[in-house]
Design a protein around this ligand. Structure first.
Ligand code: R5P
Length: 296
């Protein structure tokens, strides 16, 4: 078994390798002056089961291309199997045609990974679970909910005082899972999205007055969804609002929105690497390194 990391999230790759007790494989990724990616694998992988770790997060297209090129190199170097570990699966939000003449990018990415030689995919909290079915190879779909639940139980967030909130209809199963761990009820925000990256809260299904609310989402991107949801919960009488998500995409105005919002704390995982300047005071991280290491 050999583990290689590409550039998107080396600290997580190191944690995964530590959890398994192996060294990361040696490879180098360079760029030609026009931006083309050039990869060298600096040790033999002939006949090995190779695990390749890459989150296809920002810059999404570069990280995806880096992954595909590395897979090609592994295939040509006679890896026995190529196991793609995607802590964050980019392009997953376009997983169906919501309007006419739209692409289905989650399927396109699945096809590209398969064509590049993936034998197996291991991923975490897909935006929509049915993306597993876009592949004709095995897909291991891990969930961060138990880790997030441990975090909250450690801090005493458990029982009837708490409501776990899904910020939209698509996240209800995820919210129920966390709520089961915390023995808490759920509430759902009836969110409408007039256009991409613009969220608009409609109303709240469930009782949140006088409760501590934990909003759970698969990702926080521009933070529009989560901050609007938090404000709606406060307006309905929630005493405290905490947010959590698996994938801290945190693009555009996200940090400013989180800082200015009524959200007291944001718990995220390290599925996406967050540089120091993005670690604002409200953000706390839990690691998925051991979870992924155990799965490998
Ligand atoms: C959408 O359905 C997702 O589950 C997230 O709620 C969404 O992608 C978050 O995006 P933003 O932070 O830009 O509102």
């Amino acid at each position: 078994l050999k583990i290689f990391s590409l550039n998107s999230n080396k600290p997580l790759a190191q944690k995964i390798a530590n959890a398994i007790g192996v060294e990361l494989g040696k490879s180098s990724v360079k760029q030609f002056s026009d931006g083309e990616i050039q990869i060298n694998i600096e040790e033999s992988i002939r006949g090995d089961h190779v695990y390749l770790i890459q989150s296809t997060s920002f810059p999404v297209n570069d990280n995806l291309m880096e992954l595909l090129i590395m897979m090609d190199a592994l295939k040509r170097a006679s890896a026995k199997t190529i196991n793609v570990v995607l802590p964050y699966y980019g392009y997953a939000r376009q997983e169906r045609k919501a309007r006419s003449r739209e692409p289905i990018t989650a399927k396109l990415v699945a096809d590209m990974l398969t064509a590049a030689g993936a034998d197996r995919v291991l991923t975490l909290d897909l935006h929509a679970a049915q993306i597993q079915g876009f592949f004709n190879i095995p897909v291991d779909h891990l969930m961060a909910a138990p880790l997030l639940a441990d975090y909250f139980m450690d801090k005493g967030y458990e029982g009837d005082d708490i409501v776990v909130v899904s910020p939209d209809h698509g996240g209800v199963t995820r919210a129920r899972k966390l709520a089961d761990f915390l023995k808490a009820p759920i509430a759902i925000i009836d969110k409408r999205r007039p256009k991409a990256n613009v969220a608009e809260v409609m109303n709240i299904i469930g009782k949140v007055e006088g409760k501590k609310c934990i909003i759970i989402d698969d990702m926080i991107d521009t933070a529009g969804t989560i901050t609007l949801a938090a404000q709606a919960l406060k307006d309905e009488g929630a005493t405290e609002v905490i947010a959590c998500c698996t994938h801290p995409v945190l693009s555009g105005p996200a940090l400013e929105r989180l800082e200015q919002s009524v959200i007291e704390k944001v718990i995220v995982t390290d599925s996406i690497y967050l540089p120091e300047e993005k670690m604002i005071e409200k953000i706390e991280k839990v690691s998925v390194g051991e979870l992924i290491g155990d799965a490998i």
